[in-house]
Design a protein around this ligand. Structure first.
Ligand code: ZN
Length: 204
């Protein structure tokens, strides 16, 4: 197999992979930012609303900010569209009976979220729930930062570069089996070097 692909073609494939992953990395965060929902953005059509035990089963969409576990969600809402996901989740506080827990989270990016905007509410007066309020400004998500470029760039590379190269190599296999030069298709029979293109059977 290795004598059917040139070293220059392997170098080209590697460079193409690097370039495509870098391109995907460049558009990753800007694309996610275009998905941030402002007050004027209409809500996506795709909406899921769960209450009671179904909401409890879903749990909080991201980790809660305190050591003490928040009461399980009683209401769970999710809006979604391409590259966009928003959760509104809340529960009452069974201990104080007042001021339940709530969070609104936007998760943006594709295929994984790379920008996250979180707002949370709880009983500010409860000493067991002290601690700073999570920063509501957009935050970068490390997993999306790393894996989105690899997944998007890698998929493009497979389709745009690896598949066409595999087709070329397959054509060379067929030529070699039918006694022709694998590089140009000229009839070479048992000659070691092709008289048409001057290349040996093994790539230089
Ligand atoms: Zn040839």
């Amino acid at each position: 197999m290795m004598n059917l692909i040139k070293a220059s073609e392997i170098r080209w494939l590697l460079w193409a992979l690097v370039v495509l992953v870098l391109l995907a990395a460049v558009v990753n965060v800007p694309f996610a930012i275009t998905k941030i929902r402002s007050r004027s953005t209409p809500w996506p059509v795709q909406h899921e609303q769960l209450d009671g035990p179904e909401a409890t089963a879903k749990g909080w969409p991201i980790s809660t900010p305190h050591d003490r576990v928040w009461a399980e969600p009683e209401s769970w809402s999710r809006w979604s569209a391409f590259g966009y996901e928003e959760f509104h989740v809340s529960s009452s506080n069974p201990e104080s009976g007042a001021n339940g827990f709530g969070m609104e989270v936007q998760r943006l990016g594709w295929p994984l979220a790379v920008v996250e905007i979180r707002q949370m509410w709880w009983d500010w007066g409860d000493p067991a729930l002290e601690g700073p309020e999570p920063d509501p400004r957009p935050q970068l998500v490390p997993t999306g930062l790393v894996f989105n470029p690899l997944m998007v760039g890698g998929s493009l590379w497979l389709v745009l570069c690896v598949l066409p190269m595999a087709a070329r190599v397959m054509r060379r296999v067929v030529r070699g089996r039918s006694g022709r030069c694998v590089w140009c298709g000229f009839e070479v029979e048992d000659l070691e070097v092709c008289p048409e293109c001057g290349v040996g059977r093994v790539a230089e």
